[in-house]
Design a protein around this ligand. Sequence first.
Ligand code: DGL
Length: 268
Amino acid sequence: MDDRPIGMFDSGFGGLTVARAVIDLLPDESLVYLGDTGRYPYGPRPLEQVAEFAHQITAELVERRNVKMVVVACNTAAAAALHSLQEAFDVPVVGVIEPGVRALVQTSATGRVGVIGTVGSVRSGAYQAAVALESPSSELTAVACPGFVEFVERGEFDSEQVHVLARALLAPAREAKVDALLLGCTHYPYLARTISDVMGRDVVLVSSADETAFEVRRLLIDLGMQRPAGAGPATQQFVTTGDLDWFEELGRRLLGPELDRAERLEWA
Ligand code: DGL
C-alpha cells in the first residue's frame, strides 16, 4: 500500500486525456499533473532537449512532490526518454507508446494500421519499433502532424483551418487505407472530430489514454502500491510552467471540474 500520489506530465494540455482516464479508472488514487506549457511544443525540438526536460520534470515530481510512480503522458517525451527515466529514477515510469500500440494492433482487422504524432515521435522510430515488436505482420503508416498541437493549446479544435491542415497532413494515412489510426500524441484526442471527418467513419481512432490507465492500474496492483482504503478522498493537483489563467480556463474545459485551480511553477 502506498498513499503517495501518481505523478504525470506532458508538454501542455495533451496529457489531460491520460489524466482523465486515470481519474476515471482509479478514483481513489491521488494525482499530480505537470503541464510544461511554458516550453511547449516538444514535437519540433531535438529529442536530446526533450529528454533533458523530461528528466528535470521527473526529478521535480519524484524529489519535490514525492510521487510513487511517473506517467509520461507525452508521446514525444516517452520516445525521447522513457528508458533513461526508468534507469535514472527508482519509481516505476510508465509511457504511452507501448499501451497505444497494443490497442492499435488489437483494433485493426486488416493489419493496415496508421499512427499520427509529432515530428519528434515519428522521427524517433519508436512507433515503428513498437509495432514491429507487437505485430510484425502489420503494415504501419506513420505520419507527422506538425501544427496540430498548437491548435489544441489555443483551444481551437474544429475550425475550418484545422480541417484544412488535417486534410493535407492525413492524406498519406488515407491513401494507405488504414482501418485503425493511433492518435500517437496525447493532444490529438481533442481533435478527434476533425480527424474522423477527414479519415472517414470506417477508420477507428485509437487513443492511448485508456490503455495507459489500465497499465497504471496493473502496475499498482502487481507492485502492491495502491492507495490504502480509508486514506481519505483522493486529491488532484495541477501545475503549469506557463500562463496560469489560461491553464486553469482551458484545462477545466478539457479535463473537467477536478481542475478547479492550478499552481504556477517557475524553473530555477
Ligand atoms: N502531447 C505531446 C505528445 O504526446 C507533445 C506535443 C508537443 O508538445 O509537441 O507527443
